[in-house]
Design a protein around this ligand. Structure first.
Ligand code: FAD
Length: 465
């Protein structure tokens, strides 16, 4: 008989799991509280401009192998534009271009890196030393950094203040959504190894050329094609547990049963749904609130003329860390998107305060903006953008299967997915898809994760791991 699974949450974790379960012959019912799929990676129609806007620019990297596989399954791979260049704003205006070459990794960025005028010689030497130390660090030495912050790793590597502000802060804060002193050293090392050094392909930046809504739109049809059902506007109000075994979920008075129940909710929603009595039956749920949240501010700026002439720009020593060209607007102007990660200090600021501060940075990056008119300005505060990927978070993140580690201390048949689960990745779309794939594999006993991106031959020869 066909096995059934109830999935709660239609973000990337839930969607990825649903597609894998469908592939394995399971019948899926996916319940999503909102009237749209995509969760924290989604779009809305802005009432005043009529434009479809993403809640925030989402980027991926070439090393996100599971996310790339997910895009292939959805048939949307062509909607990702890959860049082997990043542009960096110089302190006194102008830009450097960090560009991959055909030199073997880890040397692929070397020629353009050595030409970066925004970095002094001393800063470049600091970075080279840090990259070398990263590459030579075997997995056992990496492990010794578990429980430490990335800032303490920079202390060990004797990285100067200029190096931190001009290079490490924009890179790591954008990748991990936390300041250096809070971000986990282990994740920082992963960003450097997989996202920078190991291969030119892994270091590519992927930017969707369509809205996030369009990117994830094919998932519902794919789930339905394999016999599954997607129910939007269906907020689950409880998980039914009998004799310490999850048997289904509740939407008010309606009970939906499944052979397996998969929560693909954000941690705080699961925490609220379970209540103390049920949560006490599952060791995976005991410390969830310690994961916390780190906010992101995504700012849409519509100007009456084009001012940014590169696809995206990293902005060291500025409030805005990344500025993106989102294309032209119907009146002929330009749609810019500015991202401020680790944005705790921005959540209580007014739109006017944010506009003043962000426009200072936009003008510093694009002098033509000083004479441009603002057609529209809209800042989107995502207070619960990601969990805080701190050195202590790893110990709290739960596994998908209740039986991992051979324990019987958890609720049977209750599987977990979400970017906050134990994926080994920080809170990213890749982490979310990994968690969904891992949960589907735990439920069906089939499949698993995609292979990690392969490292180049020279990197492998030089690295000690
Ligand atoms: C502003 C911002 C910028 C980001 N930038 C990037 C980036 O550049 N690159 C990157 O890789 N990642 C980025 N991320 C992170 C990425 O969006 C997330 O890691 C990923 O989308 C999380 O997916 P998820 O499925 O785990 O959770 P979610 O997307 O949160 O999905 C959970 C779903 O559960 C639903 N739900 C909640 N309660 C219920 C209920 N009671 N019943 C039914 N359904 C319910 C929610 O509506 C939601 O759809 C960013 C996130 C934000 C917010």
């Amino acid at each position: 008989m066909t096995k059934t699974c109830v999935i709660v949450g239609g973000g990337l974790a839930g969607l990825a799991a649903a597609i894998k379960l469908g592939d394995a012959g399971w019948k899926v019912t996916l319940l999503e509280s909102r009237r749209r799929l995509g969760g924290r990676a989604s779009s809305f129609v802005d009432a005043s401009s009529g434009l479809e806007m993403d809640n925030c620019q989402h980027v991926l990297m070439g090393c996100c192998t599971n996310l790339i596989h997910f895009y292939k399954s959805l048939g949307v791979s062509d909607a990702i534009t890959w860049h082997d260049k990043t542009w960096w704003l110089r302190p006194k205006g102008g830009m450097d271009c960090l560009q991959s070459t055909c030199l073997p990794a880890p040397l692929h960025f070397a020629p353009s890196f050595l030409r970066m005028r925004s970095l002094t010689r001393k800063v470049r030497q600091d970075i080279q030393r840090a990259m070398w130390r990263t590459m030579r660090m075997g997995s056992s030495e990496s492990e010794t950094w578990r429980g430490h912050s990335f800032a303490s790793l920079l202390d060990e590597w004797k990285q100067g203040d200029d190096t931190r502000s001009n290079f490490w802060t924009p890179l790591i804060v954008s990748a991990l959504n936390l300041p250096l002193h809070e971000a986990s050293a282990v994740f920082g090392l992963q960003v450097l190894r997989d996202g920078f050094l190991a291969s030119a392909k892994g270091a590519r930046i992927g930017v969707p050329s369509v809205s996030l809504a369009d990117l994830y739109k094919p998932s519902a049809a794919l789930i339905e094609r394999s016999g599954g059902e997607v129910r939007l506007g269906s907020p689950v109000t409880g998980i039914e547990v009998e004799d310490r075994c999850a048997v289904g979920v509740r939407i008010h008075d309606e009970l939906i049963y499944g052979d397996a129940v998969l929560s693909a909710l954000p941690w705080e929603k699961l925490d609220a749904l379970m209540g103390n009595e049920i949560a006490s039956m599952d060791t995976r749920l005991h410390q969830l609130s310690e994961l916390g949240h780190s906010p992101i501010l995504g700012v849409h700026v519509l100007l009456d003329r084009p001012v940014l002439h590169v696809p995206h720009l990293v902005m060291p020593n500025r409030n805005v860390q990344w500025l993106f060209d989102k294309g032209s607007i119907p009146s002929g102007g330009q749609h810019l998107h500015a991202v401020i990660s680790a944005a705790d200090d921005w959540m209580d600021r007014s739109q006017e305060e944010i506009q003043t501060a962000v426009m200072v940075d936009v003008i510093a990056a694009c002098p033509e903006a000083s004479s441009a008119d603002i057609v529209q300005f809209r800042a989107i505060k995502e207070r619960r953008a990601t969990f805080r990927a701190t050195p202590t978070a790893e110990a709290i993140r739960p596994h998908a299967s209740p039986a991992t580690g051979g324990t019987d201390q958890n609720i049977k048949n209750l599987y977990l997915a979400g970017d906050w689960c134990a994926t080994g990745w920080p809170a990213t779309m890749e982490g979310a898809v990994r968690s969904g794939y891992a949960a589907a594999a735990a439920i069906t006993g089939q499949g698993g994760l995609e292979a990690d991106a392969s490292a180049g031959w020279l990197f492998r020869a030089l690295s000690s791991s």
